[in-house]
Design a protein around this ligand. Structure first.
Ligand code: HEM
Ligand code: PLO
Length: 484
């Protein structure tokens, strides 16, 4: 509306006591599509009741930038949910913890530790490249058979995170690696799926299969990670940190562990915080990166001409005599565009993580009261026909300008923005670049004979995943064995 007009409230779906607006949400569409559809009817900003919780849905990129950036601090809270609270020992992590001074300190420590092992060093590159080598060997060992690339990709990404976090490298089939993958899958299947216990917390007092499975997986996770934590504490030295777990333990001391200068228990980064951070890095590091890679491969199967163009770029600027390295990134703009376009058209986190208003605030001139839950629908922003030409078309060129230079449209925010922006963004980008460039340098992905291209609709769990599909890989000249 016009500037200076008095703030008004936003349109809202009807609601009933206890059920809230649930009876009006109908037809089983996943939230990102449902909210996009409701947005066409109610306007880009509307409210609804998820059970008893008033929730504001943001479908438009200007409003999203207000929530995430301009008034990012007002909206930097997280709701308390039963499943994520179980997962994180009551919010001792980064992603699901509500805003607090300790959370800020913790987030900064984690960010600094990532930088230590990410962009700043060649360590991450070495870790990724050695994992890429085994992945290539494994993929090419399938010969001309069609197969599902997902298990191998997930294993390779898990291995990167294991090395990064606690210096463990696993051979294919290692039982500890299998255990990590198994409990992680169990958590993915049961966490924060809009399950009823997250709407009605009292339901946790009734027997619930999904909740017991979640608890079981958390127990397995805790046992494994506590062991790693104890081993690292016992062998921690004064020298350079060996891995992320070392860096966190050292940072914990630096942040005032054992000193308690402010006297309060709550201002200390405890072992629980370190454990929850490690667990979360694992979860976030594996699910997001492998899913993004699988989406991009699925789109390349639909668009062989895009795959060929990436390979041409690689042939021109890297060749086949050596492995790709981070320093090649500047020379491979089209590959970057393919990665961006993959994250635009299928954002792994289509409605981000729920935010809450920490104070009374406003969006688009409308008042929003403290405690309101806010869902930013990145899906609708990434598919807004007002900002994207043919938004449903996979077209990496939209990230290049007329001079062939890379551009970042302001309505492209796959990692979110502001105080709650993804802490793993640069790590993720580096991994995506090294994995995809190495894979396409060494092999081509094709559809098996007579098989139709992958379904691109996706399935929303804790992240938006492609449905399983099969590929055939053929080595490119000089890479018959997968490695040099
Ligand atoms: C948060 C996307 C990879 C760790 C987020 C959020 C998004 C996102 C959309 C939520 C932002 C919000 O709520 O406003 C992605 C994508 C990735 C990726 C697209 C890869 C393609 C990673 C990796 C890590 C990571 C590799 C860690 C190693 C986190 C953490 C948060 C987060 C800890 C919570 C931040 C907070 O609440 O303060 N990410 N992420 N992410 N991500 Fe990522
Ligand atoms: C994945 C399963 C793990 O066992 C636990 C875990 C931790 C962090 C979560 C991640 C899961 C899913 C993807 C999330 C990530 C934090 C940020 C990331 C939600 C549940 C995204 C894409 O927002």
């Amino acid at each position: 509306g016009p500037k200076n007009s008095p703030p008004s409230s936003v349109p809202c779906l009807p609601s009933l006591p206890i059920l809230g607006s649930l009876p009006w949400l109908g037809g089983g569409l996943p939230p990102h599509l449902l909210f996009t559809q409701l947005g066409h009817r109610l306007g880009p900003l509307f409210g609804l009741y998820v059970g008893p919780h008033y929730t504001l849905v943001v479908n438009n990129h200007r409003h999203a930038r207000e929530v995430l950036l301009q008034r990012g601090r007002d909206f930097a809270g997280r709701p308390n949910m039963v499943t994520t609270s179980l997962l994180t020992r009551g919010g001792k992590d980064i992603a699901f913890s509500d805003y607090s001074p300790l959370w800020k300190l913790h987030r900064r420590l984690v960010h600094n530790s990532f930088t230590l092992f990410g962009e700043g060093t060649s360590r991450l590159q070495d870790i990724v490249l050695s994992s890429v080598d085994s992945l290539c060997v494994e993929l090419l060992s399938n010969g001309s058979r069609g197969f599902d690339p997902s298990p191998a990709v997930t294993r390779a990404v898990t291995n990167v995170v294991c090395t990064l976090v606690f210096s463990s490298t696993y051979q294919p089939g290692d039982s500890e690696l299998q255990e990590v993958i198994r409990y992680n899958n169990g958590i993915v299947e049961t966490i924060a799926r809009g399950g009823l216990v997250d709407i009605y917390p009292w339901m946790k007092f009734f027997p619930n299969r999904s909740l017991s499975k979640l608890k079981e997986c958390i127990t397995v996770r805790d046992k494994l990670l506590s062991r790693k934590l104890e081993e690292h504490k016992a062998s921690l030295s004064d020298g350079e940190p060996r891995d992320l777990l070392d860096a966190l333990l050292k940072g914990q001391t630096g942040s005032g562990r054992g000193q308690k200068s402010h006297g309060s228990e709550e201002e200390v980064i405890t072992d629980d915080h370190v454990l929850m951070t490690v667990a979360e890095t694992f979860g976030a590091g594996v699910e997001t990166t492998s899913t993004t890679l699988l989406w991009i491969l699925a789109y390349l199967l639909h668009h062989p001409e895009v795959q060929e163009r990436v390979q041409k770029e690689l042939d021109e600027h890297v060749g086949s005599e050596r492995a790709v390295s981070v320093s090649d990134r500047g020379q491979l703009p089209f590959l970057d565009c393919v990665i961006n376009e993959g994250m635009r058209i299928r954002p792994v986190s289509p409605v981000l993580i729920p935010h809450t208003a920490l104070t009374d605030s406003s969006v688009g001139g409308h008042t929003v009261s403290r405690g309101t839950r806010v869902l930013v629908n990145m899906w609708s922003i990434h598919h807004d026909p007002q900002h994207w030409d043919k938004p449903d078309l996979f077209c990496p060129d939209r990230f290049l300008d007329d001079h062939g230079q890379r551009v970042m449209p302001s309505c492209f925010l796959p990692f979110g923005a502001g105080p709650r922006v993804c802490v793993g963004e640069s790590l993720a980008r580096l991994e995506l670049f090294l994995f995809l460039s190495s894979l396409l340098q060494r092999m081509s992905f094709k559809l098996p004979e007579g098989v139709s291209p992958p379904n691109l609709q996706g399935r929303l769990g804790v992240v938006l995943q492609p449905l399983p599909y099969t590929v055939v890989v053929t080595p490119r000249p000089g890479w018959e064995g997968g490695v040099k």
